[in-house]
Design a protein around this ligand. Structure first.
Ligand SMILES: CC(C)NC(=O)[C@H]1CCC[C@H]1Nc1nc(Nc2ccc(C(=O)N(C)C3CCN(C)CC3)cc2)ncc1C(F)(F)F
Length: 282
């Protein structure tokens, strides 16, 4: 089938086509394992095993179907590849690209915060990936450090499309997990478009540089209140160029937010890009 031509290897149809390696951790709906195909040449993949019973219980089968359908059609250096998927009686197995350096949020936790150069490099890669997604009318809607992985070269990979939708949308959703990245228009239940990812990019930039997100509060209502009034402090150690990006992304009115094109051509991004290879930092 044409999908085989697309894939770097013959589409494996079952777990028997793989040698399973060490567990990489737990995802939302099951475990993730390092694995390699039995074919030669062997291909290293991450096998994400989703438990059907859990998907049905949480009534998220449509979301999982959408995640697979969206991610399988994406091809971008900063979007984690979904090579193929198959299912047996109990599980759906996704054969995904293996990101050698793992979960970005763990690096952020371990290091506290990232410096201006490393943050600018990650945000440039995010803006590049989001430009690609938005051109295909895909809104990610769940940009946050937990959904980002790093490959062997320390390049960023957007890796979780569980909340992505085709724009525009006003899909209602029960939010589990952090509200920190929600834009005002979703909190206020308005219709929304790709600008939700621009707001989240501003929150992500802030969190990379500061180590914590701008609207963090003890209570969810506290966080929501601060988001809807764009009430945040700009740390004085932020560089003026970075502060300028954050100020122009965390704007209440979606159409007034800085565009991805402007982010990519901003001095905060271009000042480092032209200096060739980045330092050893991953
Ligand atoms: C975005 C999404 C929300 N997150 C996820 O899916 C998570 C859930 C579990 C793992 C991850 N999913 C993936 N992880 C990798 N690579 C990877 C992960 C962890 C480590 C690591 O630090 N250890 C093994 C360490 C090694 C040291 N010991 C002590 C702790 C674990 C190293 C490499 N590649 C692809 C995937 C993917 F996405 F394809 F499944």
């Amino acid at each position: 089938s044409d999908s085989e031509l697309e894939m770097p290897f013959k589409a494996p149809r079952s777990l028997l086509d793989f040698e399973i390696g060490k567990p990489l951790g737990r995802g939302k709906f099951g475990r993730v394992y390092l694995a390699r195909t039995k074919t030669s040449p062997r291909y290293i993949v991450a096998l994400k095993c989703l438990i059907k019973a859990e998907i049905l219980k949480d009534k998220v089968e449509k979301q999982v179907r959408r995640e697979i359908e969206i991610q399988q059609n994406l091809r971008h250096p900063h979007v984690l590849r979904l090579f193929t998927y198959f299912h047996d009686s109990k599980r759906i197995i996704l054969a995904l690209e293996f990101a050698n350096k793992g979960e970005l949020f763990k690096h952020l936790q371990r290091e506290g915060k990232f410096d201006d150069k490393r943050s600018s490099r990650y945000i440039a890669q995010m803006a590049d990936a989001l430009s690609y997604l938005h051109a295909k009318h895909v809104i990610h809607r769940d940009i946050k450090p937990e959904n980002l992985l790093l490959d062997a070269k320390g390049n960023l990979k957007i890796a979780d499309f569980g909340w992505s939708v085709h724009a525009p949308s006003n899909r209602r959703h029960t939010y589990c997990g952090t509200l920190d990245y929600l834009p005002p228009e979703i909190i206020l239940g308005k219709g929304y478009g790709h600008e939700v990812d621009l707001w989240a990019l501003g929150v992500l930039t802030y969190e990379f540089l500061c180590g914590s997100p701008p609207f963090e509060e003890d209570s969810q209502t506290g966080t929501q209140r601060r988001i809807c009034s764009a009430d945040y402090k700009m740390p004085d150690f932020f560089s003026p160029l970075a502060a300028n990006i954050i100020k122009r992304l965390l704007v209440l009115n979606p159409p007034d937010r800085m565009t991805l094109k402007e982010v990519l051509s901003s001095q905060w991004i271009t000042q480092y890009a032209s200096k060739g290879r980045t330092s050893g930092a991953s």
